[in-house]
Design a protein around this ligand. Structure first.
Ligand code: ZN
Length: 267
């Protein structure tokens, strides 16, 4: 597939091959010009069919504490820029982030293709069930647009971000989070790293390639930082947890966290 930043497949170089039971053989190709990495063959983006509502609800219930922790973390982060206003979450799923935003006083909107949209709507958010490119929030602009663990799934990320820019109110900000391929945890866990998501993740981003893409969409990057996902696993033996904790501390010291976060504004 052509690189969405450089508009050509002339500079693609193979950097990794592997085999997954569900997926078979895959390859990661890096654009030598801009650094953006793509999965080959390209995963099918059928998010609407990936999960049943029961699966989503079960996932939400079993990970409730963790998801609420993420939501609080994201709301506190956004509040550095906007104490209130309108907040649209693209790919809001069952509305975990929006629940926190609403509790903090934001006017909350969501876009979601999967059945999670039904749950988010019940939680009192204004939800469009469908794709961002078709969302019915016509002529509406938002103070905050969040794209949390979504952009790595999007086949055509440049028009997706250009539309996001269009829907940003003057002075508004977009908040992006996704797996950081240039992370210590990815190096430590190899093909077992959650962020590889080989059957779903079309792109693997690193700080520079994400910033290049965002700027190619006409946004101005305000801030880029890395943080770590929660890697606690009660099933893991204690000695393994000690190793994982060591990797997390080192990742923090080296700024090689496995979640890449970026804030951008409309110039
Ligand atoms: Zn490129």
């Amino acid at each position: 597939m052509p690189c969405p930043i450089c508009k050509t497949d002339q500079h693609l170089e193979s950097i990794r091959t592997g085999n997954f039971p569900k997926v078979g053989t895959f390859e990661l190709l890096r654009c030598a010009k801009c650094g953006l990495i793509q999965t080959h063959p390209t995963p099918y983006p059928g998010y609407d069919n990936l999960y049943s509502l029961t699966d989503r609800e079960q996932y939400y219930q079993s990970h409730k504490t963790l998801l609420e922790k993420y939501s609080r973390r994201d709301v506190a982060w956004v509040q550095h820029y906007h104490p209130g206003g309108s907040w649209l979450d693209i790919g809001c799923n069952v509305g975990g982030t929006l629940d926190g935003a609403k509790a903090a006083g934001f006017d909350t909107y969501g876009v979601e293709t999967s059945v999670g949209a039904q749950v988010a709507a019940v939680h009192g958010h204004k939800i469009f069930a469908g794709l961002w490119s078709q969302a019915a929030f016509v002529n509406q602009q938002f103070d905050v647009i969040s794209i949390i663990h979504v952009l790595e799934h999007i086949h055509d990320p440049l028009p997706f971000l250009a539309l996001t820019r269009e829907r940003l109110a003057p002075g508004g900000h977009v908040f992006i989070c996704l797996p950081n391929y240039a992370s210590l945890m990815r190096r430590a866990k190899g093909d077992g790293w959650y962020g590889l998501g080989i059957d779903q993740h079309v792109w693997q981003y690193e700080p520079q390639s994400l910033a290049r893409l965002v700027e190619a969409a006409g946004l101005r990057v305000t801030c880029v930082f890395k943080r770590s996902m929660d890697h606690d696993d009660p099933q893991r033996p204690w000695w393994k947890q000690v190793l994982v904790s060591g990797v997390l501390v080192a990742a923090q010291l080296l700024h090689w966290g496995d979640e890449l976060c970026l804030v951008a504004s409309k110039p």
